[in-house]
Design a protein around this ligand. Structure first.
Ligand code: PEP
Length: 256
């Protein structure tokens, strides 16, 4: 029953794909394909496509997010984008702590925490990514690692701000590999994440927090993953770049 009271969110993470012109074409395909969604639909696009995405999705049920945000509001940070720059454009969500940022751009739990606070204080909704590598899973430290990632990322986040934060469990070994976590593996870690949120903020916040799974979710496996009691949605990479595939996942969340 708790699941029915939570907001299911299917979010596309486009990564470094689509020029602004290509984004316009994809969004034109997505709008009719997801218009009857029974869940929240978000597309997180490269910075260069955000203006197009916000303009094109006005008056539709599609929400727009960025894929990262800097923790300072302005100043000498060449190449960075702040929360106020995003909200000024009409951007609503931001992905923080994606494993590709952690792996390739020296993102740490501490910088994830700083970005999370800056985003929430700046009026953005946060999709916070956590998850273990294959080695860490094989070493049996998934639970401890994910607990630690969540606890550090949420330092200084208030219970009220948790209403604007979604946690995405993304096992690194499943991202872009075609190797999906089983529905039971996804459920186990998503439930652990909810438990940590409960320890930090109490049962009511834990029950209300949306926890997504991400990692090679596609039109075929979405229904099973989304049927699990603690999996409230998905963060979708590859399959979010094809309108029919993304729409099928949205439909699975609607039914699930
Ligand atoms: C992602 O980028 O967050 C992701 C889950 O990618 P993919 O669906 O391609 O594994």
């Amino acid at each position: 029953m708790d699941k029915l009271n939570r907001k299911a969110i299917i979010a596309g993470n486009w990564k470094m794909n689509k020029t602004a012109s290509e984004a316009a074409v994809l969004i034109d395909e997505l709008i009719p394909a997801v218009k009857d969604a029974g869940c929240e639909v978000v597309i997180c696009t490269p910075y260069t496509s955000l203006v197009t995405a916000v303009e094109k999705t006005k008056g539709t049920n599609i929400h727009v997010g960025a894929e990262n945000v800097h923790f300072e509001d302005h100043g000498a940070f060449t190449g960075e984008i702040s929360a106020s720059m995003l909200t000024d454009l009409g951007v609503e969500y931001v992905v923080i702590g994606h494993s590709e940022r952690r792996q390739y751009f020296a993102e740490t739990d501490q910088t994830v925490n700083k970005r999370t606070l800056a985003a929430l204080n700046g009026g953005l909704k946060v999709i916070l990514c956590v998850g273990e590598s294959l080695t860490q899973r094989e070493e049996g430290v998934t639970e401890e690692l994910v607990r630690m990632q969540v606890k550090i990322a949420l330092q200084g986040v208030t219970a009220e701000q948790m209403a604007n934060l979604v946690i995405a469990y993304e096992p690194v070994w499943a991202i872009g590999t075609g190797r999906t976590a089983t529905a039971d593996q996804a459920e186990e870690v998503c439930a652990q994440i909810r438990k940590v949120v409960g320890e930090l903020y109490g049962e009511a916040v834990a029950k209300a927090t949306t926890v997504q799974y991400g990692g090679s979710m596609n039109a075929k496996n979405a229904e099973e993953l989304l049927s699990k009691p603690d999996v409230d949605g998905g963060l979708i990479g590859g399959a979010s770049l094809k309108a029919p595939d993304f729409a099928a996942i949205v439909a699975a969340a609607t039914n699930g």
